[in-house]
Ligand binder design. Structure first.
Ligand SMILES: Nc1ncnc2c1ncn2[C@@H]1O[C@H](COP(=O)(O)OP(=O)(O)OP(=O)(O)O)[C@@H](O)[C@H]1O
Length: 318
């Protein structure tokens, strides 16, 4: 399969008054054409920082220290900013966490999508309106509603508008950054179903950032699990569910309810995530790992291949 994005050895730090936050350390993964990859992990593990680094949206005091993020032969981490700006929207775009913040309250939703198209592409206004109506329809909003203002929509509909907006310039890659946060469970499921449907219809490659493991394993072909700034396991959903290798992945799965096994007793992972200023030497999961060895306190495990498509950063079984 074609790789549409290849991230290699990404390191991103925040230079704060209290010290250097090693927010993303040596993260590598790739995204294949037409696949949905779930990027999962607890709050503060670095998911958003990975995406902001790739999209060059990182603000002071954040800095990419090392790495590559190659898309269509261009290293996004080092390309000139004007080249990156040309790629945003048209090649890679983001469905934001909160549609409330993404939409302009004093413009109709249609005008906002039309404006995004006209800003990035040389098409006529009529063509932009036609595309806007098409986009609204494919996210399940009648095209006549393009003349409505954001406050005339429910939360779920606003999120659908944000999805339509992300698709305005027909990107190859869409990143959904916890874009269902704040919606009720049923509306979340509907919005996720829209994203899944679009992946198939438009052959999109999608990175879905979430902390909802059951949702991610239900809809993503592949899952990348982060812990304290590191990628600990990266596998197809089936490999992860049937044969999780990292003790953190095993702990996450054990903590997750299973609709097919209502008798399952969910166990939480004891302990807390380490501070990313001066994190522990060696493996960052060592303080919570039930199988910790001396080696884990001295050396950083590197990502190794378990089988085709399945990678883990752990000394166990290696
Ligand atoms: N502007 C900043 N200044 C200092 N530290 C930051 C800044 N932004 C993020 N961090 C730190 O970087 C680490 C990674 O944060 P990030 O927001 O990427 O995590 P996340 O996994 O996306 O979390 P969430 O699920 O809560 O959005 C955290 O320790 C966070 O405190």
């Amino acid at each position: 399969m074609d790789k549409v994005l290849v991230v290699e050895n990404l390191h991103t730090h925040f230079f704060t008054e209290n010290g250097v936050v090693e927010a993303v350390e040596d993260v590598s993964f790739h995204l294949e054409k037409g696949e949905m990859l779930g990027l999962i992990g607890e709050s503060g593990c670095g998911k958003t920082t990975v995406i902001q680094s790739i999209l060059r949206l990182l603000e002071y005091p954040g800095k990419v220290m090392k790495g590559k993020a190659v898309m269509n032969g261009i290293d996004l981490l080092h390309a000139p900013m004007d080249q990156i700006e040309k790629l945003r929207w048209k090649t890679i775009s983001v469905i934001p966490q909160s549609a409330m913040n993404a939409l302009n309250p004093v413009m109709t939703v249609g005008d906002q999508i039309v404006e995004a198209i006209l800003l990035h592409e040389e098409v006529t206004k009529d063509e932009a309106i036609k595309r806007t109506e098409y986009l609204l329809e494919i996210v399940g909003i009648p095209k006549q509603r393009r003349k409505s203002y954001p406050h005339e929509f429910s939360g779920g509909m606003k999120q659908r508008v944000a999805i339509a907006m992300a698709l305005a310039c027909q990107p190859q890659i869409v990143i959904s950054d916890e874009s269902t946060t704040g919606l009720d469970v049923l509306t979340q499921a509907q919005v996720i179903a829209v994203i899944k449907d679009l992946q198939k219809k438009m052959d999109l490659s999608i990175i879905l950032i979430s902390h909802d493991l059951p949702m991610v394993t239900a809809i993503c072909e592949r899952v990348a699990i982060m812990y304290a700034g590191k990628l600990v396991e990266w596998a197809t959903t089936q490999q992860l569910l049937n044969n999780p290798q990292h003790p953190y992945s095993q702990g996450l799965l054990a903590a997750t309810p299973d609709i097919n096994n209502l008798d399952k007793v969910c166990k939480s992972i004891p302990g807390t995530v380490p501070m990313l200023i001066d994190p522990p030497k060696g493996c960052r999961f060592q303080t919570r790992c039930p199988s910790v060895m001396d080696k884990c306190k001295q050396q950083v495990p590197v990502m190794r291949k378990v089988q085709e498509g399945h990678y883990v950063s752990c000394f166990l079984g290696g």
